[in-house]
Write a protein that binds this ligand. Structure first.
Ligand SMILES: NC(=O)C1=CN([C@@H]2O[C@H](COP(=O)(O)OP(=O)(O)OC[C@H]3O[C@@H](n4cnc5c(N)ncnc54)[C@H](OP(=O)(O)O)[C@@H]3O)[C@@H](O)[C@H]2O)C=CC1
Ligand SMILES: CC(=O)C(=O)O
Ligand SMILES: [Mg+2]
Length: 751
């Protein structure tokens, strides 16, 4: 199993850069003109004000209320870290807000309340009702959380949901249904031990009992050991409800012969001996965060037959409420629900359990870089499963409608499902897929520019993210100093630093290069200078000889120059059919553009080759290619000599009988806008183009940079294709993340 290794420095840097924190608020309306100002603010705003005053339900139409959730904490139970206060809880709450957005397009804002007094929290939150479509309580400790949630539910007319209680319970129930199916046991016969009698623990046991677990078969423990009938120390009414009739007094006693262990307590609470004493095919959900009660490695070392889950993303079977709260709220918000009730939670649990049993589509397997099929290492869907957004919310919404909490029922559930499918930004999952496949490939990546701090940080991140081995070309002393300056002292020991002076292969490289270049005016001296002193050439030679699986360079020099150096070692010219493809990611859309790197003025045959290369890149990214040859004319009008080759290129593809959609020539709006395309009913594209082949490199460069500077598009590439080995050339203004992404692209051989 590959484990992600995350260092404290990386975690801090992630939160510090590019701006402090993890989200910002973006306007959805333009505020550009005097007229905009008049509409958005005074006097225009008075009109929706009056409408809402007259009919309060229209707040869902004229404001963000209907898609806005508050993530509220006082920091008394931050993950499993305990009571560290409201301010310290902010990174977790900002994180939950981002998860809401990323996974279910719910706008969420974190609110940290600096009090431990339940009455103050109740008062503060109850007054926020008008602002939000729902309230997500987070990391508020038991037993106060029970009182707070109950009272707020009674007072407010929007869903109030304590994620640590019900989110956790729902996911735990879903995972357990499937784990028991695999271990061939029935919930009503199982002996269940639950450690941690707080927010998560009480809610988990309550839900499992509602789903068939027998009270007499369940033992709950806390820091004082077993909660047994008659115990007085450290008790409260919620624990008392689950007090067991048993002689067991310690967790160790309770675990003997148990079928199921559920941990929502703290790191290391379970020992290997306890696991060893459990019944056959034991189920162990060690859900404490960030560190589980026992690690899967430790549990499997003593019980190979155990089915193990944790709350973390770096092990299989992540039982974490991230699988629940985004989708529960999505479904609830879409029916303008008054509450999230038990039926909606159970519908969510059942839908999640059912989804894990379904055949996993290729796109999900591709995103994870491994085949996932229902079994011991896959009992619950993975958080990045793109089906969650359109499978779970409809189940929740339907249960809400059936039980009468919907203010605005959904008439057409099928249409709702379709709208959910197109709601999510596909671009995030594309990068996630690339990284997952890179992790699978475990490529030895050559980072040619070891003298650049960004490259060094990307190399460290590549290795620590478990993507493979990073080989850094540079001088040891220099690399050490630069890593020290970046606060990455330990990384020197982890990276392999390579250079001409410490390579055993320099003579072989020089012979190879001499053979290639001797008839192009290079003598032995020139060859030595190139091979020993130029890191781009040296790195390319390493790659050519299989002393690395991929190469990333270009962060310190202009790409054309880097490409000319690489051409000494590889055939990567226009004549060789090399092509640069750039991916533009913007507003949920991804468009590939070519050629952005190699071909200056491609002829129709070259344009066809660019289309073929771009289509392969698109498929590598999980997109079905639709190519448009773009120009300033559409299907022959206006007539122009400059547009002729764009008109001819599709005919070349006709002759090649390629297996993807293409059309041209056309203007960019016809290519990308379905309404404009509809004006040409004979157009063979089945939807907006996702690949634009442009007439020349200057138009490609202008378009990409315009999108980047004016629209703030994310740019990946140019991705170099059509070369024998994976080489990716970054741009000189690449960030650490850009370089890391290029390394991941090289690792999974996209291009
Ligand atoms: N995977 C997931 O999705 C989720 C995981 N969790 C995890 O569950 C844990 C508890 O969270 P939450 O319920 O919100 O917190 P609470 O503060 O509400 O409850 C903590 C409970 O754990 C008990 N406890 C703490 N340490 C131990 C120990 N070493 N042995 C036995 N019991 C212990 C406490 O006992 P006592 O009553 O005696 O003080 C208390 O009952 C955290 O680690 C959290 O990260 C929570 C939510 C979701
Ligand atoms: C996952 C979560 O909410 C917790 O550990 O508290
Ligand atoms: Mg929590």
């Amino acid at each position: 199993m590959t484990k992600n290794k995350i260092t404290p420095e990386e975690a801090l840097a992630y939160h510090l850069e590019p701006k402090p924190g993890k989200y910002e608020i973006v306007a959805t309306t333009p505020m550009a003109t005097q007229r905009d100002l008049s509409l958005a603010y005074s006097p225009g705003v008075a009109v929706p004000v009056q409408a809402i005053a007259d009919r309060p339900e229209t707040a869902y139409d004229y404001t963000v209320k209907g898609n806005m959730v508050a993530v509220i904490s006082n920091g008394t139970a931050i993950l499993g870290m305990g009571n560290l206060g409201a301010l310290a809880s902010k990174p977790v709450m900002e994180g939950k807000a981002v998860l809401f957005k990323r996974f279910a397009d719910v706008n969420a804002i974190d609110i940290e309340l600096d009090t431990e007094d339940p009455e103050e929290i109740i008062k503060a939150v109850s007054l926020m009702g008008p602002t939000f479509g729902g309230i997500n309580l987070e990391d508020i400790k038991a037993p106060e959380c029970f009182i707070i949630e109950q009272r707020l539910k009674e007072m407010m007319d929007i869903p109030v949901f304590h994620d640590d209680q019900h989110g956790t319970a729902v996911i735990c129930a879903a995972g357990l249904l499937n784990a028991l199916e695999i271990s061939g046991k029935k919930i009503e016969d199982c002996r269940i031990v639950l450690n941690g009698a707080g927010a998560a623990g009480i809610a988990c046991l309550e839900l499992l009992k509602a789903m068939g677990a027998r009270h007499d078969n369940c033992i709950m423990c806390d820091t004082k050991g077993v909660i047994y009938q008659g115990r007085t120390e450290g008790m409260n009414q919620w624990k008392s409800a689950h007090a067991a009739r048993t002689d067991a007094r310690t967790l160790e006693d309770a675990m003997m012969g148990a079928d199921v262990f559920l941990g929502v307590s703290a790191k290391g609470a379970v020992t290997p001996e306890m696991v060893a004493s459990m019944a056959e095919n034991p189920v162990i959900f060690a859900m404490a965060n960030p560190d589980p009660e026992i690690t899967p490695e430790e549990a499997h070392a003593v019980r190979a037959d155990a089915i193990v889950a944790t709350g973390r993303s770096d092990y299989p079977n992540q039982v974490n409420n991230v699988l629940g709260f985004p989708y529960l709220f999505r479904g609830a918000l879409d029916i303008h629900a008054r509450a999230i009730n038990d039926e909606m939670k159970i519908a969510c649990a059942r839908a999640l359990a059912a989804l894990a049993r379904e055949d996993v589509p290729d796109e999900v397997a591709m995103a994870y870089g491994r085949k996932l099929s229902f079994g011991r290492d896959y009992i619950i869907p993975t958080p990045f499963d793109p089906r969650l957004i359109y499978v779970i919310p409809p189940a929740v919404a339907k249960a809400g409608m059936d039980t009468g909490v919907a203010r605005r029922p959904i008439i057409d559930l099928k249409a709702y499902e379709l709208s959910l499918k197109s709601r999510m930004d596909p671009t995030a999952s594309i990068l996630q897929g690339v990284h997952a496949r890179a992790r699978q490939a475990q490529a030895r990546m050559i980072f040619a520019e070891g003298d650049d701090p960004r490259v060094l940080r990307a190399a460290v991140a590549y290795q620590r993210a478990g993507l493979g081995k990073a080989l850094v070309v540079g001088r040891e002393q220099d690399v050490r100093e630069k890593l020290d300056a970046a606060g990455l002292h330990d990384a020197v020991r982890e990276l392999e630093i390579v250079n001409a002076a410490n390579s055993r292969h320099l003579d072989t490289y020089k012979d190879f290069l001499y053979n290639r270049l001797q008839r192009q005016g290079f003598d032995r001296h020139d060859i030595h200078r190139l091979a020993a002193r130029d890191r781009h050439v040296f790195s390319a030679l390493m790659l050519a000889h299989g002393h690395g699986d991929g190469l990333v360079t270009g962060a310190t020099r202009k790409s054309a120059h880097v490409l000319s150096l690489i051409n000494h070692v590889f055939d990567a010219t226009a004549a060789d059919g090399a092509v640069g493809i750039t991916a533009l990611l913007h507003k949920g859309r991804i468009v590939l553009m070519g050629d952005t790197l190699v071909q200056e003025w491609p002829e129709p045959e070259d344009l066809a080759n660019i289309a073929v290369r771009a289509a392969a890149v698109a498929r590598g990214l999980g997109l079905e290619p639709r190519v448009a040859f773009v120009s300033f004319s559409t299907f022959g009008y206006p007539v122009s000599e400059r547009a002729t080759k764009m008109h001819e290129a599709p005919k070349v593809l006709d002759r090649m009988k390629v297996d993807f959609e293409y059309e041209g020539e056309m203007t960019v709006d016809v290519a990308l806008n379905p309404t404009a395309m509809a004006g040409y009913p004979f157009c063979r594209l089945s939807g907006p183009a996702n690949i634009l082949v442009v007439p020349a490199r200057h138009s490609a460069s202008i378009s990409v940079k315009l999108m980047q500077e004016m629209a703030g598009a994310t740019v990946i590439g140019p991705i170099l294709t059509g070369v024998k080995k994976p080489i990716q050339i970054c741009s000189s203004n690449s960030t650490v993340n850009d370089i890391l992404n290029m390394a991941a692209l090289a690792a999974c051989k996209i291009g």
